[in-house]
Design a protein around this ligand. Structure first.
Ligand code: GRF
Length: 196
């Protein structure tokens, strides 16, 4: 059994999907939620499910390595970033090399990088007149949105789609694919047919 930590600081709709997907899994379980906003709704989601939470601030995250001890206490083997906007510091990238992925709401390398998050991404996609967008799940390295890509899924954009429409389509892709991609990475012996 692999213990999974989810880092999230927003509403946590992806974190919720991941927690519920693995709640009865034979191979992984969400055992920790890390958040940098003390009042984020995602914390309630975790508490309702009995998932331990760790709220962090910048000094804790960047000027100490205490988080490594917390991850070790919970025996965390894999990390999913689901709406966590802070750059991951080198000590954590190294400790979880190839064991930490992020989800980005566009087709990287386009529309990524510092400051490209949330509705800003979808507004930029709309402004550029793109006919398709999608999601990218990638390993985490020391730069924003630049780690090796693990998975992408696409959706089309109709000419009259608003950026809110695009956001809805992208979120549906995230909810559909993120838990399954995590399962494939964490539980590689599972038959692919069971995760299609
Ligand atoms: C998602 O769009 C994800 O791609 C991005 O942050 C958003 C988190 O949304 N990294 P939610 O809090 O899971 O609803």
């Amino acid at each position: 059994m692999t213990n999974l930590a989810v880092f999230a600081s927003g509403t946590g709709s992806n974190a919720r999907r991941i927690a519920d997907f693995f709640a009865h899994s034979d191979c992984a379980r969400v055992r920790l939620l890390v958040c940098n906003k003390p009042d984020a709704p995602v914390l309630d989601m975790a508490r309702e499910r009995g998932i331990p939470t760790q709220v962090i601030d910048r000094a804790y995250f960047y000027e100490s390595e205490q988080l490594l001890s917390v991850l070790a206490e919970h025996d965390i083997g894999f990390i999913a970033l689901a709406g966590f906007l802070w750059l991951i510091p080198p000590y954590l990238v190294q400790a979880y090399w190839r064991r930490m992925v992020n989800i980005h709401p566009a087709l990287l390398p386009a529309y990524g990088g510092k400051g490209m998050y949330g509705m800003r991404v979808h507004e930029a996609v709309k402004a550029a007149g793109e006919r398709e967008t999608g999601i990218t799940i990638h390993y985490v390295n020391e730069r924003y949105d630049e780690g090796d890509i693990v998975f992408q899924a696409r959706c089309s954009i109709a000419p009259d789609d608003t950026s809110a429409d695009i956001a809805r389509k992208v979120q549906a892709l995230e909810h559909e694919h993120f838990p399954r991609v995590l399962e494939r990475l964490i539980c590689p012996t599972l038959d692919d047919n069971t995760t299609a």
